[in-house]
Write a protein that binds this ligand. Structure first.
Ligand SMILES: NC(=O)c1ccc[n+]([C@@H]2O[C@H](COP(=O)([O-])OP(=O)(O)OC[C@H]3O[C@@H](n4cnc5c(N)ncnc54)[C@H](OP(=O)(O)O)[C@@H]3O)[C@@H](O)[C@H]2O)c1
Length: 324
């Protein structure tokens, strides 16, 4: 049996069905992968609910790690037996085995386990491009980062600390605040108890921050803009509370000629040499122990509906993986 999660329609976690999905032979440029672990990411919720569209029925999941079992014609970058991982499309990562384009696979160093790779590829490459390309964080700066105790968030706490950056991280509980601090976040704001706009003003002595990384979307968008110093950059990279509402561009000029970007990992990894460089840097951060990947939830693939429920209910911290 090739255990695979498929959805026939968009909806709640109940649409996630465990099926035996037959696999053909890998075609030109493809491999068959035996996956040892799959990543769970908030983007999977967007695909499940239909906020992000795909033709149905379809698989779900964008991240996995495992062993190349069979190689199709014209594949030159990996061989049978290689340990590999990926972050990105096509969806269908929630599976024991799958056919995958070889062009997106990255070979794993011996020191990186399958579980670590499945937990960190998507979230870690995201922090890499957010901090090193979208806006290059600089030692001594103070930045605002939302959902600091989440999967992307805990990696961001550690990465910011490694670069000498003071991170103000928002969280929804005191326990999450402790966790973010233990991971290198300098200041935490419990959004259920205090205003993050006021805390940023207080911490930066009224100056504001040069960059806000906002993955919450609807609930935080305008307040995040209020935290920026003139000419600051708003990085709106997710919508866990719902999509950002339409807004007038004067919202940017009236707050000090702000910049805004809505980045996506797949565009930053589209050029193969960029993906290689990003993955090399990410793995080096782990091998040098600057990043400790925290897999705080492990689920059997069959329990994926519970995993989605926990993620949406804000019950998870750090990274989560599914074991096929
Ligand atoms: N653009 C990209 O390239 C890219 C790549 C990767 C991830 N992302 C985005 O980054 C964000 C984090 O992803 P992740 O997989 O690491 O998830 P996560 O941060 O582990 O989980 C989402 C967190 O968002 C916070 N949150 C605030 N309001 C929420 C709401 N109404 N419903 C649910 N959660 C809410 C919760 O933290 P608190 O309870 O502490 O508030 C929750 O734990 C997501 O928005 C994702 O789409 C974007």
């Amino acid at each position: 049996m090739n255990k695979t999660i498929r959805i026939a329609q968009n909806g709640g976690p109940e649409v996630l069905k465990l099926v035996d999905f037959p696999l053909g032979k890998p075609g030109i440029g493809e491999v068959r992968l035996h996956q040892k672990a799959c990543g769970l990411n908030y983007i999977d919720v967007y695909f499940r609910t239909g906020l992000y569209k795909q033709l149905l029925p379809a698989g779900l999941g964008l991240e996995g790690a495992g062993i190349v079992e069979e190689v199709g014609p014209e594949v030159t970058n990996v061989n049978v037996g290689d340990r590999v991982a990926y972050a990105g499309g096509p969806t269908g990562a929630y599976a024991e085995r799958r056919i995958m384009p070889a062009s997106v696979l990255v070979r794993l160093p011996d020191a990186i386990s399958f579980e670590t790779a499945a937990a960190v590829m998507l979230q870690g490459l995201t922090v890499q491009y957010l901090f090193r390309r979208t806006y290059k964080i600089k030692p001594g700066e103070t930045i605002l980062f939302h959902a600091a105790a989440g999967g992307v968030g805990l990696l961001a706490c550690q990465w910011a600390k490694a670069y000498g950056v003071k991170m103000i991280g928002t969280v929804s509980s005191d326990a999450k605040a402790e966790l973010a601090k233990a991971n290198g976040c300098t200041y935490t704001v419990n959004i259920n108890e205090e205003s993050f706009v006021e805390r940023v003003e207080e911490i930066t002595k009224g100056k504001g921050v040069p960059v806000v990384y906002d993955s919450i979307g609807k609930d935080t968008f305008f307040d995040s803009l209020n935290c920026l110093s003139p000419l600051g950059l708003m990085v709106s990279f997710g919508s866990s509370s719902g999509p950002v509402p339409d807004f007038n561009l004067t919202e940017l000029s009236s707050r000090g000629s702000l910049f805004i970007t809505r980045p996506s990992l797949m565009h930053y990894t589209a050029v193969r040499s960029d993906l290689d460089q990003m993955a090399t840097e990410l793995f080096a951060m782990i091998e040098r122990k600057k990043l400790r990947v925290q897999i705080n939830q492990r689920y059997a693939l069959a329990d994926v509906a519970q995993a989605h429920k926990d993620l949406e209910a804000r019950k998870t911290t750090g990274s989560s993986i599914l074991i096929p």
